[in-house]
Each structure stands twice: as structure tokens, then as C-alpha cells.
Design a protein around this ligand. Structure first.
Ligand code: AMP
Ligand code: TRP
Length: 341
């Protein structure tokens, strides 16, 4: 039903909270680039309001916002073809987020595994914003009536909650089909890129050791060093993926190779069947450097002209607001807010 009523529109976002990893690139940015020109309107956001759910140094937040915008552009997001902007410049996100705080139920938030992971045993001390985070994320998506949301595996539950919020709003206010039911798009071999030192943990910006992740700003030498030192096991590569069960580090490197080379993991394992790590790791390092170095070089060039990045974000925010504001105005009317000016 959603497809027929609503324009095919993609929305996704990434937090400007510290450096970007290979997980962000393969699980998100690269897939955002692939969705351009595929019959969707594409809207990509730097979600700075989500970033502040945990403490961010203000100067570093500005830097990380521009750096993430540079990463999007350097990776192939074309600001003329996609809408690229930072969340806080379009006030509809916060405004719809409040309404959704009043639609979503506390019990729904209590089921969010990412909150439980992030809050840990410290749940009384974390910000209220961290708790309400998924409701703002629902507003990000639904203030554009977005129908498709490309994300990594870890965000699936939040997109499902977005669907629940849309359904409850439509039901409570008797406006069937007003908000679409957005589809999470979780595809490809890099749904969950794992830590290079422990293949059972996700590669993340915040892990303790820099050797466990690849950052998008790492030099070619550092990328090669990290991949060559990545934890593995003594066995050579098998000729099929089933035989990688119980070998999470090996599986992760095969998946990274597949994602970087636009192949399936099956194709990679058949190409490297029987290979020792001494052959596979240098090939992976060369591939990673080949794909990532031009991006980090371009990012650095873009970062030399922050005013130009700000101009691109301003233009993107205007285009985003032109879609979001009429949808927000209609939502206010549905909710019963008097608008007398
Ligand atoms: P974040 O950095 O948490 O704002 O994440 C931004 C996007 O990157 C989301 O779509 C995440 O699912 C994705 N992402 C982050 N880390 C990984 C990872 N290790 N593997 C795959 N996708 C990831
Ligand atoms: N919560 C996402 C993450 O941590 C980032 C995000 C915020 C997002 N708003 C979004 C992703 C809307 C997709 C759509 O990765």
C-alpha cells in the first residue's frame, strides 16, 4: 500500500560522533551511493542531534559534522542528485520528534537493545535524549515520508519501531496511509563489519584500541598494517562459507573483501579456496588501500575548504525543509494544533 501512495524516497543518517570506520563505509555510505540514480529520491543526513545524546565537545562536533559531509561527498554522494544536510538545520526533525514522543510508548523504548547496550548498568545516569533516540529517528524518516531506509544490521530494530510509530499515529488519528511503513534495507556482505581483533564484536568508532578498526581517514600504510595484523586462525581458507562457521575473524575478512570488491562472499571464497593468510591478507590490504585511499585524499581536500562544505549543507537543508515542512504542517493539523499565522 505504501508503495502506491508514497513516492519512493530513501532516507538515512549517520552520527557525527568521532571518526568514521570501515563499518560505516561498507554498511552505510557505500550503499547510500549505490542507491543514487536507482529510481529513488535520496535524502542523506548528518544526524548531529542524535550525536549529542551522549556528550560531544562542541568544537569537535562541528569538525565531525563537516568531516562526515566530506566523507559522503568523497565517497560519491552527489549533492545535486541527493539531498545532503545536517539534521539540526531542519527544525521539522525536532518538532515531529516531540509528537512521536507522545505517540511511542515507554514499553516500546524499554525493548530497544541498542539503548540497553549503550546505557549498560548506568541507565539512571544517561541522558533522556538517549532513551528517546529512536523516536527522533522515526521523525527523521517520517518527516520525509521516506519509504526505504538503508542501514546496517544494528539499526533494524529502530526502523521496525518507526513502522510501529507510523502505524499507531495513522490509527489513533484515523489517517490511514498518512505516514508510510518504511522498509529497512539491510543487504550485502557488510551488514555487520566486525572488530579486527575480536570477530564477535562489531567494529565501532568507540572501541578501545585503534588497531581493531579501520578509520576512513587512515593512511594507506596504516590500513595495510591493520589488515595484515588482523586476528585470524592458523587454518587456510576453505572452499565454501559453511566451513567458516566458528571462525568469525576469517569470515569477517572474507566479507570485507567481498563488500570492497562488489562481489558476494561466496565468489570470494571460491576464488581464494585453500589460500593461506599470507596470500589473502596482502590481497585484502591492496584492495582496501585501492578503494579507501582516493576517498581519504578527497576528504582531506574538501576539509581544506570548510566554507564550501557549509554552503553545500545549507543548500541541502533548504531542499530538505521544502519536503519536510509541508508534511509537518499537515501533521500539526491532524494532531489538532491551531495555526493562526
Ligand atoms: P552510526 O555511526 O552509529 O551513526 O552508524 C551509521 C550507520 O553505519 C548505520 O546505518 C549503522 O548501521 C552503520 N554501521 C555502523 N557500524 C557498522 C558496522 N560495524 N557494520 C555495518 N554497519 C555499520
Ligand atoms: N541511529 C542511526 C545509527 O546510529 C543513525 C540515524 C539517525 C538514522 N536517524 C536515522 C539512520 C534515520 C537511518 C534513518 O546508526
Amino acid at each position: 500500500m505504501t508503495e502506491a501512495v508514497h513516492t519512493r524516497r530513501v532516507f538515512s543518517g549517520i552520527k557525527p560522533s568521532g571518526g568514521l570506520t570501515l563499518g560505516n563505509y561498507l554498511g552505510a555510505i557505500k550503499r547510500f551511493v549505490d542507491m543514487q540514480g536507482q529510481g529513488f529520491e535520496t535524502v542523506y543526513c548528518v544526524v548531529d542531534m542524535h550525536a549529542i545524546t551522549v556528550w560531544q565537545d562542541p568544537t569537535e562536533l562541528k569538525h565531525a559534522t563537516r568531516e562526515l559531509a566530506a566523507a559522503y561527498i568523497a565517497s560519491g554522494i552527489d549533492p545535486d542528485q541527493s539531498i545532503l544536510f545536517n539534521q539540526s538545520q531542519v527544525s521539522a526533525h525536532a518538532e515531529l520528534g516531540w509528537i512521536f514522543n507522545c505517540v511511542a510508548r515507554v514499553g516500546w523504548m524499554n525493548r530497544m537493545t541498542q539503548f540497553k547496550d549503550k546505557a549498560g548498568s548506568n541507565a539512571e545516569q544517561v541522558s533522556l535524549g538517549l532513551y528517546a533516540y529512536p523516536s527522533l529517528m522515526a521523525a527523521d524518516i517520517l518527516t520525509y515520508h521516506a519509504t526505504h531506509v538503508p542501514v546496517g544490521e544494528d539499526q533494524k530494530q529502530h526502523v521496525e519501531l518507526t513502522r510501529d510509530i507510523a502505524a499507531k499515529f495513522n490509527h489513533d488519528f484515523k489517517v490511514p496511509d498518512f505516514f508510510p511503513q518504511p522498509e529497512p534495507i539491510i543487504e550485502g556482505p557488510a551488514k555487520r563489519v566486525m572488530n579486527l581483533r575480536d570477530g564477535t564484536k562489531k567494529m565501532s568508532k568507540s572501541g578501545a584500541s585503534d588497531m581493531e578498526r579501520i578509520n576512513m581517514t587512515d593512511s594507506a600504510e596504516l590500513i595495510a598494517k591493520k589488515l595484515k595484523k588482523a586476528k585470524t586462525d592458523p587454518e587456510p581458507l576453505p572452499d565454501n562459507l559453511d566451513d567458516l562457521k566458528g571462525r568469525p575473524e576469517a569470515r569477517n575478512l572474507v566479507d570485507i573483501y567481498a563488500a570492497l570488491s562488489d562481489q558476494t562472499s561466496e565468489a570470494v571464497i571460491s576464488e581464494y579456496a585453500g589460500a593461506q593468510w599470507g596470500r589473502f591478507k596482502p590481497a585484502l590490504a591492496d584492495l582496501a588501500v585501492d578503494k579507501l585511499s582516493p576517498i581519504s585524499t578527497r576528504m582531506a581536500e574538501l576539509m581544506d575548504d570548510p566554507a564550501e562544505i557549509d554552503r553545500i549543507l545549507a543548500k541541502g537543508a533548504d531542499k530538505a525543509a521544502a519536503i519536510a515542512e509541508p508534511i509537518l504542517a499537515k501533521t500539526y493539523d491532524i494532531v489538532g494544533f491551531v495555526r493562526s499565522r
